[in-house]
Design a protein around this ligand. Sequence first.
Ligand code: SF4
Length: 250
Amino acid sequence: MAASSRYPATVREVAAALVARYADFDHYNLKDPLDELLFIMCSTKTAETSYRATFDQLKAAFPTPRDLAEAPAEYIARPLVAGGLSGTKSRAIRALLDALVVHFGAPTLEPLRDMNDRDAEAFLTALPNVGNKVARCVLLYALGRQVFPVDTHCWRIACRLGWVRPTQKDGRCVPRDADRLQAKIPPELRFSLHVNLISLGREICTARNPNCAACPITLWCRRIGVAARPARRTASSRDEMGTASDPLMD
Ligand code: SF4
């Protein structure tokens, strides 16, 4: 059996359709793992246009990790004000840097490069305010690891596609669900699917009123939890997409 055959063909077809539409769009993530983690912290509950500027201001105020590590939280908060939640974000950054200095003797995440995926993720998720999704973003974007961060767009679309069922009554994604979804994505497609599902979620498959008529992956979508079906879908096309016994469903 070829190694790739353990993954359903549907995932590859969806990935190809999304590449054709979005071409692995660059979401402005960074190649230095500490910068990437700080960038994500700056983005919490903040619009994209604002958090990119906020991160740039943070870097301008504190050009090196050591500069940032020596600054009190109230100083770190100043360049974060425009993005909102500056007090919360500055305290989280302060706690992160303290933990890194305690562990590595310096404000750095470079030692992650010598860890395997499992150890690196375990280290990151043990840091204050770092969860499964953020850890995998650092691993994926900055360290080139083949992991699949499940952000709100990826989770919402995977559920609508019928790739995964939530285990929680309120439908939120818990780490166990994120692991189940990641296991269904071929490693070599994880980066591409992650960035392109974000683009799809922002442009078309929005939380409210997804524009299914304009969607490049409607052919493969069961539209679970979406109220109305598009007119062009037929009973035969639904049959082609399979039933609950599909290998994607669990
Ligand atoms: S067909 Fe509709 S529900 Fe399915 S992924 Fe596209 S926009 Fe989302």
